[in-house]
Design a protein around this ligand. Structure first.
Ligand code: XMP
Length: 326
């Protein structure tokens, strides 16, 4: 039987009981596969890698080595959350790599969106390989491959994500979620005790805020993206839109406009808000946010985010715009 094909009679995991059954079956299977050997995992903090980490921690504890690469393009609070949940709460073997300067130096002056993606992907693999080489006795590589990845890309979780499988690391793969759909992965994660903020989070591109800091990335605009995104998420949560709107974020372009603050002329960047709903990300409609809320968010962003003097709301559906700006 093709182990990459979901059996037709496999029950949909839609309850805690079925998730528990899946977890105990997988625990046994993982133990019989890896025995007393070590397993390496690139833990981004996204849903899939986080659920794989939690499952493997339950099955093999410290035999799992998680590597979290902070490339500087994560949302506010994300690296801290990974450390808090996995190192502090789950007592995982977690290697935290601060690669912020390395990534930002490589990206300096690069404005082409595809080139930016390539640099981020290639640098991620390089950092991960370097960390893997420092570790002794690793025989397995765990991956958060899920069933849609297999259906869409012949089993390679690299099409859209930063950090495909490093080619010259000859590890055997551990992919315990490879027959599950996203909603099933979330239930398994919740059953394993992961926080809702991690399990139910909105989609986030592999190149992260790098595709929302338009053109050549600069540290000041990157911080403006991160801070305005945090304000938007906080306000959406407060106003009952979290979990209701499919994806929402801010973008900072690389041009300035004239403004005025405290009687003085400013020349600063704008922030663009995007909030969309979709089923499959192939088409998308714009969320009808109330004008009051938009005005409140505008006030907060222009008052709290350094270097921003204007806020806009993107009203364009997909098509003809894409969801991201790059
Ligand atoms: P677009 O912009 O193509 O986005 O309408 C559709 C969905 O894909 C996400 N996206 C990415 N995800 N790496 C990813 O992992 C990427 O390079 C990337 N580009 C877009 C986007 O956030 C949206 O959910």
């Amino acid at each position: 039987m093709d182990s990459n094909k979901r059996p037709e009679n496999m029950a949909r995991i839609d309850s805690i009981e079925l998730a528990q059954k899946f977890i105990s079956e997988q625990t046994e299977q993982i133990l019989s596969q890896v025995k007393d050997k070590k397993v390496l995992l690139a833990l981004s903090g996204g849903v899939d890698s986080s659920v794989v980490a939690a499952l493997l921690i339950k099955a093999i504890g410290k035999q799992l080595v998680c590597v979290h690469v902070n490339h500087g393009l994560l949302r506010k609070g994300e690296p801290e959350q990974v450390i808090r949940v996995f190192r502090d709460q789950m007592d995982a073997n977690l290697v935290y790599v601060d690669a912020v300067d390395r990534f930002l130096n490589k990206l300096a002056g690069v404005s082409d969106p595809e080139q930016k993606r390539k640099i981020i992907g290639a640098e991620f693999i390089r950092v991960f390989e370097e960390e893997a080489k420092k570790l002794e006795g690793i025989e397995f590589l765990a991956q958060g491959t899920i069933y849609p990845d297999i259906i869409e890309s012949d089993g390679v979780k690299a099409h859209h994500n930063v950090g495909g499988l490093p080619d010259d690391l000859k590890f055997s793969l551990v992919e315990p979620l490879k027959l599950l759909y996203k909603d099933e992965v979330r239930i398994v994660g919740k059953t394993l005790g992961l926080p809702d903020a991690m399990v139910y989070r909105q989609p986030f591109p592999g190149p992260g805020l790098g595709v929302r800091c338009l053109g050549a990335i600069t540290r000041d605009r990157l911080e403006a993206v991160r801070e305005s995104d945090a304000i938007l998420r906080e306000e959406f949560a407060k106003n009952g839109l979290e979990g209701k709107v499919w994806q929402y974020f801010t973008v900072v372009p690389d041009f300035k406009s004239v403004g005025v603050k405290n009687g003085k002329r400013t020349f600063a960047y704008p922030v663009i808000i995007r909030a969309v709903n979709t089923v499959d990300a192939m088409t998308a409609t714009v969320e009808n946010i109330s004008f009051d809320l938009l005005q409140h968010i505008t006030n907060r962003i222009t008052n709290e985010v350094e270097g921003i003097n204007r806020v806009m709301y993107d009203l364009t559906p997909k098509p003809c715009a894409t969801i991201e700006w790059e």
